[in-house]
Design a protein around this ligand. Structure first.
Ligand code: PBG
Length: 330
């Protein structure tokens, strides 16, 4: 028998494989999420996220310098807010001297070319641990939008390049865009978490910031009234189209690895850049297996991130950004 088509010909050696390679991961693809806390010269390990720390501003700035040197050019920042600053309205979120605002100013000062993408949502600031304001036991969509818009303007004033609303309220992209335009921040972009699912994979992140929904009578203990139902796929496109209409510059899909079908589907439909969040639980699973010697850490990281890009991501939010950058630079 003569075999005319031998697919293995193009896999014979690394040179030919590299010639026909369709997707190449580079440090240009990464956004590093970072957790910030008050204090000086201190970092605290996050047990469920080996290798990831909550850091004070000074150590965060130092880390940003290192990241930039390694080729990681964007950071996504989150605050661990002191209990005494939490309330229902997230008042601290738009304090011009708040931890978030000070962090942005100091990173910009030290590493001006670093793209800073602060998270916009109320959960770390909320006594209830929700992304929105609570009115009569419910998450109040429209009241929350006003606060998110105020918060975004405050972050833009501090020097944010792109605000990243992760709250999933309806109409918040339009509210934020309008507020930014009215205050002259015409070049501050919006990366909207358009299709964000209510996911168990956010567990380690919530323990890092102590931001899980709290146990209060009559208040929802999960985020299912605003984050998407993981049984759904078509709904993701609906969310994405609305955010584009409202003025989003970049669309986020989240989580990453278990949701690559959604990424591929959205990629086929839209031309805007797509960001994918390789979330805390995905990172924790990989690290747990690697620590047990069940997976090769380095190979699994590069494979996972490349697969996210292959599915259609233009950029990947990943806690493995620094590690992956070091691996790619070698
Ligand atoms: C909060 C927010 C969450 C994440 C990013 N922004 C958690 C949540 O929605 O409860 C999760 C990130 C991760 O798990 O890595 N608005």
């Amino acid at each position: 028998m003569i075999i005319f088509s031998r697919n293995r010909r193009l896999r014979t050696n690394e040179s030919i494989r590299s010639l026909v390679r369709e997707t190449v991961l580079t440090t240009n693809d990464f956004v590093m999420p970072m957790f910030i806390m008050e204090g000086e010269n201190t970092q605290e390990a996050i047990p469920s996220m080996p290798g990831i720390f909550r850091r004070t501003i000074d150590l965060t700035v130092k880390e940003c310098k290192e990241l930039f040197t390694l080729g990681v050019k964007a950071v996504n920042i989150y605050m661990k807010v002191s209990e005494n600053l939490k309330d229902n309205l997230g008042t601290e979120a738009w304090n011009k001297d708040g931890l978030m605002q000070r962090t942005i100013r100091e990173i910009k000062n030290a590493v001006p070319e670093m793209i800073i993408m602060p998270d916009v949502a109320l959960d770390p600031y909320s006594i209830y641990g929700h992304d929105g304001i609570i009115t009569n036991g419910q998450i109040d969509n429209d009241a929350t939008n006003e606060v998110l818009a105020r918060m975004s303007v405050s972050l833009a004033e501090a020097g944010a390049d792109i605000v990243a609303p992760s709250d999933m309220m309806d109409g918040r992209v339009a509210a934020i865009r309008e507020a930014l335009e009215e205050t002259g921040h015409i070049n501050v972009g919006i990366l909207s978490y358009a299709a964000k699912y209510a996911s168990s994979y956010y567990g380690p992140f919530r323990s890092a910031l102590d931001s899980a929904p709290k146990d209060f009578n009559e208040i929802p203990k999960d985020k299912k009234t605003y984050q998407m139902d993981f049984h759904n796929s078509r709904e993701a496109l609906n969310e994405v189209y609305k955010d584009i209409e409202e003025g989003a510059d970049i669309i986020m899909i989240k989580p990453g690895l278990p949701y690559l079908d959604i990424v591929a589907k959205v990629r086929q439909e839209i031309d805007l850049p797509i960001a994918v969040y390789n979330v805390s639980g995905e990172y924790a699973m990989l690290k747990a297996a690697a620590q047990n010697g069940w997976l090769d850490n380095d190979k699994a990281i590069i494979e996972s991130l490349t697969c996210i890009k292959r599915a259609g991501a233009d950029m990947i939010f990943t806690y493995a950004a620094k590690e992956a950058a070091i691996l790619l630079n070698h």
